[in-house]
Each structure stands twice: as C-alpha cells, then as structure tokens.
Ligand binder design. Sequence first.
Ligand SMILES: CC(C)(COP(=O)(O)OP(=O)(O)OC[C@H]1O[C@@H](n2cnc3c(N)ncnc32)[C@H](O)[C@@H]1OP(=O)(O)O)[C@@H](O)C(=O)NCCC(=O)NCCS
Length: 173
Amino acid sequence: MEREDLAWLHKWQNDADIMRLARSFPDHIISKEAIGAEFEKELKGEDNGRRVFIIEEKSSGKPVGWATLRTRGYTRRMTDADVGLALGEKRAWNKGYGTETVRLLLKEVFEQLNLHRAGWWTFAGNTASLKLAAKMGFKEEGRLRDATFFDNRFQDIVVLGLLRDEYKPARGE
Ligand SMILES: CC(C)(COP(=O)(O)OP(=O)(O)OC[C@H]1O[C@@H](n2cnc3c(N)ncnc32)[C@H](O)[C@@H]1OP(=O)(O)O)[C@@H](O)C(=O)NCCC(=O)NCCS
C-alpha cells in the first residue's frame, strides 16, 4: 500500500454495500483524516502486526480492493493470522480475483511466516465470503450468535479456520 491508495480506501470504506460485507457493519462512515491516521503506521513500515495490501487488476493496472493479514498470538509466540479482503470495485467481483488474493495471503501465512492457523470471520449472510472460504479449505469453527446488528436485525458471526496441515498450496508452485 502507498499513500496515494488512501483515496481508494476512503472511497470503498464509505460504501455501505462494501462495508456491510467487508466488516459486517454498513454504517462505516470514515473521513480521509481518520483513514490516514489508521494506516499511518503501515505506510511508515512501523506496524509488524498488520500488513495491508492493495489488490490491483492485472489487465487495467487499477486498484480494485484491499487485503489484510493480522498476525495474532495468545502467547508471545505468534501462531495465527486473520486474513481479510474486500473487492471495493463491484465490477471486479466473481472473476477469480478473490481466489487469487486468498491464495497469495495463505502462501504468506504458511510458507513465509510459518504460522499454524489462518482465521476468517464474516456474518452468516455473506454467501460469497463463505463460499470463497470453503473453496480455500477453511472450516467453520463456531458461530457467535446474534453478535452483530444491522439492517434492523441481529445476525450471527461465523468464525472459520484453516490449519497448517489442511493447507494445500496451489499446484505448480
Ligand atoms: C467475497 C469476495 C472477496 C469474493 O471474491 P470474488 O473475486 O468475487 O470471488 P471469486 O471469483 O474468486 O469466487 C470464489 C468462489 O465464490 C463463489 N462466489 C463468488 N461470488 C458469489 C456470490 N455472490 N454468491 C455465491 N457464490 C459466489 C464463486 O462461484 C467461486 O466458487 P467456484 O470457484 O466454486 O465457482 C468478494 O465478493 C468481495 O470482495 N465482496 C465484498 C467484501 C467481502 O465480503 N469481503 C469478505 C469479508 S470476510
């Protein structure tokens, strides 16, 4: 991610349709200044716990979304990372970009960072996200019942995980 990408994040993170799916929270209005403050550490290379990537479309060279890796450890030893991604440009959906992005994130988690578990969460109604997670081998680990509220109702949060010995690197790599 570079500083000029903040304008894209500002656009996508003020889009209720995107944020409903990306963060299970549609009313996510955020100013340019707040976005800048949130990502300042990453831009300066000071945050080792979270990595933020911009997803670019190869054919047009244009940014179409963002992805994050957030490492976590319950002890001092780092064991797992949450993966997250959102294609902020809706025209980029359903073209395989999500699959390709998750493949790269998992490669980083298991082949570079040598972690044991990748985590994923979303709300129960996010069909595309759950389909993509299942396709990449993630298994449902639990449901936080009524853990989020939007669109005038409580909704479950689904927590999924992929363990190291369940990870299958893409063929030919
Ligand atoms: C979820 C998301 C990243 C998926 O990326 P994508 O590039 O559209 O997905 P892909 O084209 O790689 O498809 C992955 C699989 O999901 C399926 N899929 C994609 N969109 C779908 C939809 N709306 N409904 C049902 N299945 C869907 C595809 O058919 C494919 O499965 P297949 O290979 O077995 O056919 C993308 O839709 C997105 O950014 N959504 C908004 C933000 C979000 O929900 N982020 C995830 C938060 S956890």
